[in-house]
Design a binder for this molecule. Sequence first.
Ligand code: P6P
Length: 337
Amino acid sequence: MDDRLMTIERHIIEQQRTHGGKGDFSAVLSQIVFAAKVVSAQVAQAGLAENILGGTGDTNVTGDDVQKLDVFANRVFINALSYIGKVCVMASEEEDGIILVPDKYPKGDYVVMFDPLDGSSNIDVDVSIGTIFSIFKRLTKEGDGTLEDCLQPGYKQFGAGYVIYSSSTVLVYSTGEGVNGFTLDPSVGEFVLSHPDIKTPKRGKIYSANEAYYNYWKPGTKAYIDHLKSDGNAHKKPYSLRYIGSLVADFHRNLLKGGIFLYPEDTIDPKKPTGKLRLLYEANPLAFIVEQAGGYASTGYERILDIAPAKLHQRVPLIIGSKDDVLEYEEFARKNK
Ligand code: P6P
């Protein structure tokens, strides 16, 4: 392998040198990289492997049908982050409460929260799915981490990223020094730098939303979507609608090409009045990434990264992508309450 190639491990070490860290954060990131490789291998053969496809018959804390690969991916990330002694507490979409590191392992300074396999209902039909992760420094001093360590506003994230399992497996992450993407080279089992210094266009030509819910959206959202579909918008012609129904896939395309993803509040499900997506392990990490890439993420009324979380599985409306598009949505939301 050409030694000029920048593997993700080399990138993490070089980022550590700039941070002047002692390597604990690098160890956490490296374990996420390892877990992503393991999940990628399983996703790649999901159609062939014995009884790894399909649902488990359970539903998780947030009401989603649990797929077998969800359970597998959840265990892989929890195990990979438990034994290194750098993590004090975790949280996962798949677990009701916080996840403590087993007593037999030392506790560290970091908090890791993740959606181990988002969009997993798409697995059986070969649609791209993803992992989303968020990393904080602990607030408590030592020992087991607590719910308080998890309920921190997104602007305090130490790092964040996602993995998209698609035609190739790409890991995108930021530690606050810009955004870089790495593609897994299966021939050597290494993530290699493929998307250096990602910047998202200030304005896109794509919008991503499930228009089936149009009649249940607030007036401001309806007015904004109508605006995008008219020739009265910035491009003087309709935006293109691209909606995969897998958050990481929709986000990744819009990050690279420009565009806006909307999962706004709706009145379709009284149990989910503020939309479907979760703050701690979906909205916050993607908001961290998009702002590092020059974009913006909002509920329509406030910056995602400023929200003080109240609950582990708290849902928020998520309007995220090219900065000018998201700011324009906020104007419509405010004018048409
Ligand atoms: P809807 C997948 O189930 C997911 O959590 C996200 O990945 C995706 O963006 C969203 O739900 C799709 O939801 O209501 O449009 O099917």
